[in-house]
Design a protein around this ligand. Structure first.
Ligand code: ADP
Ligand code: ZN
Length: 215
């Protein structure tokens, strides 16, 4: 499947993407995971992105498009992909349209995961993320805790609160989402690709997406 997952930070895009990869081997491509990996590895990209990310601001479109142009041409994308956290601005959506046309790739659907803001705020404050860049498993201290406090079940690395998951940065990320990313839904609506999916449970969202795709 070739999907874009839209939705506010904390809407569950990452969790839904991971569940969908299990269905047909499509790969999850999370620009947030790629950027956090670059920050930890201390690459040039990471150094450029770090300040924006910690504040809860978006990284410049040019950096993101550079990442995606390479990533979408890797062999594992041929089976399909789930774009998680990209595109996040209208210019990114426009550039992606051009890039996909150039690569002769057609999207199946853009799923807009809709979760109420109070649920999202609460979720982000209690979210924990595995610090191992090859894992980045997601937990929640209330709804999906690690078996041992602070330790990832999958790989044993510390599961931590992300630097941009302070209350202040979360508020800023949600405002940035409303201003810059919410309009991307309208962009795909006009193209007839958008499906709005309402649901606070990832299992329900996955079931709705499967149904839309006829799976
Ligand atoms: P969330 O969806 O929970 O906010 P992500 O892991 O998707 O988190 O993104 C974390 C941060 O990485 C964002 O706040 C932003 O700074 C940066 N980022 C990720 N994807 C993009 C993108 N497509 N465009 C610009 N910045 C991005
Ligand atoms: Zn882990």
């Amino acid at each position: 499947m070739k999907l874009i997952l839209l939705g506010a930070p904390g809407a569950g895009k990452g969790t839904v993407a991971k569940l969908l990869t299990a269905i047909d081997g499509s790969v999850q491509i999370s620009t947030g995971d790629i950027l956090r990996g670059a920050v930890q590895a201390g690459t040039e990209l990471g150094k450029e992105a770090n300040g924006y990310m910690t504040r809860g601001d978006l990284v410049p479109d040019s950096l993101i498009m550079g990442i995606m142009e390479k990533r979408l041409q890797e062999a594992d994308c041929q089976k399909g992909f789930l774009l998680d956290g990209f595109p996040r601005t209208i210019p990114q959506a426009e550039a992606l349209t051009e890039l996909l046309a150039k690569l002769n790739i057609k999207l199946d659907m853009v799923a807009d995961i809709d979760v109420p803001r109070d649920v999202i705020f609460d979720r982000l404050c209690t979210r924990r993320t595995c610090s191992n860049t090859d894992c980045q498993a997601i937990y929640n201290i209330k709804s999906n805790p690690t078996k041992v406090e602070g330790i990832c079940d999958k790989c044993g690395s510390p599961a931590i609160q992300r630097a941009d998951e302070t209350e202040e940065a979360i508020g800023h990320r949600l405002d940035t989402y409303n201003e810059k990313t919410a309009p991307v839904a309208g962009f795909y609506e006009k193209k007839g690709l958008l499906k709005k999916i309402t649901g606070t449970s990832s299992d329900v969202v996955v079931a709705a997406i499967k149904k839309q795709l006829g799976l």
